[in-house]
Design a protein. Structure first.
Length: 139
């Protein structure tokens, strides 16, 4: 027969679960801006951790506000990372052509031409004026 797992001294399982949810959601939001696909996965982990923490906190009689905030932040990170990843996949061919053009561009003016070509190709796939709406400028 095995012994039950004990929480570290001074830390209750419910409290650590709530903190885990908020830290995972903050990490998911940060990852969304660096690596959108990783932010997508991290946001899913944060939402699951938050949903699993709520019953633990309620059973322990602890407030669930921090965990609810973590779930909300993770939901925002999930939406942003899903939109960004979807846009990257949708414009994958145009982005690949842009990267190849930039490899062969030897001058600043030819790099500008690469961006103009990318912008024109993206505008053909996207609804009118969407690049102006999101503020697409030369990188």
């Amino acid at each position: 027969m095995s012994t039950p797992v004990q929480a570290p001294a001074g830390q209750q399982p419910a409290e650590s679960a709530g903190r885990r949810a908020i830290w995972l959601s903050i990490a998911a939001l940060a990852m969304t801006f660096m690596l959108p696909a990783a932010g997508l996965v991290m946001a899913l982990f944060a939402i699951v951790a938050g949903i699993r923490a709520v019953p633990l906190l309620k059973a322990a009689g602890k407030p669930t506000g921090v965990t609810a905030g973590g779930i909300a932040v993770a939901a925002v990170a999930l939406a942003l990372s899903a939109a960004t990843t979807g846009m990257q996949l949708y414009l994958m061919n145009e982005n690949s052509a842009y990267q190849e053009c930039m490899k062969s561009a030897g001058t600043v003016s030819s790099q500008g031409e690469c961006f103009v070509q990318f912008k024109e190709a993206a505008q053909k796939k996207l609804p009118p004026d969407v690049l102006d709406l999101i503020g697409a400028t030369r990188p």
